[in-house]
Design a protein around this ligand. Structure first.
Ligand code: RP5
Length: 171
């Protein structure tokens, strides 16, 4: 059991602009579960429920949240709005979109003016997974056991690639 797992309340919040983002963002939740990091998952829209976005972002730190993963698509301002209202680290995940493929979301999330950073990941599922892994890395700075778990995760990936290499070379 790592130090964070011992805490009852959520340490990480995954927030998404729409329920339609969940199919992708469940990848973040699954990884946090794998690392046994208590988390909450919310649907909060910066433009459809701006009051809820404000309440969430201003209350996150006092509620025990240490890091926020915010996912949105199109004019994706959710991560930026949340980052403006808290000094907690905010990781933004751009959602793929039907019209512009997610480049709209990527640019909206990543191009924050100086002063209010949003650590932006890749578009879609890779970004959702990497946001969770970045969250683990950040939390592991003060949790030795979690750091060991992350190293073990990397070793497992390495072993999988090496096994694939051996398999392909035998063909
Ligand atoms: C954004 O608009 C959401 O984050 C979602 O990616 C996109 C489309 O939302 P829906 O129209 O599917 O609710 O706010």
């Amino acid at each position: 059991m790592n130090d964070i797992e011992k805490q009852a309340s959520p340490t990480v919040a995954i927030v998404m602009g729409s329920k339609s983002d969940y199919e992708v963002m469940k990848e973040s939740a699954a990884l946090l579960e794998e690392f046994m990091i208590p988390h909450e998952v919310r649907v909060i829209s910066a433009h459809r429920t701006p009051d809820a976005a404000h309440t969430f972002a201003t209350g996150a730190e006092t509620g025990g949240i240490q890091l926020i993963i915010a996912a949105a698509g199109k004019a994706a301002h959710l991560a930026g709005v949340i980052a403006a209202l808290t000094t907690l680290p905010v990781l933004g995940v751009p959602m793929a979109t039907s019209d512009l493929g997610g480049l709209d979301s990527l640019l909206s999330t990543v191009q924050m003016p100086a002063g209010i950073p949003v650590g932006t990941t890749a578009i879609g599922k890779a970004g959702a997974k990497n946001a969770a892994l970045l969250a683990v890395s950040i939390l592991a700075l003060s949790d030795t056991s979690l750091r060991e778990d992350l190293k073990a995760y990397r070793l497992k990936m390495r072993a999988e690639v090496e096994a694939a290499d051996a398999e392909i070379r035998e063909l």
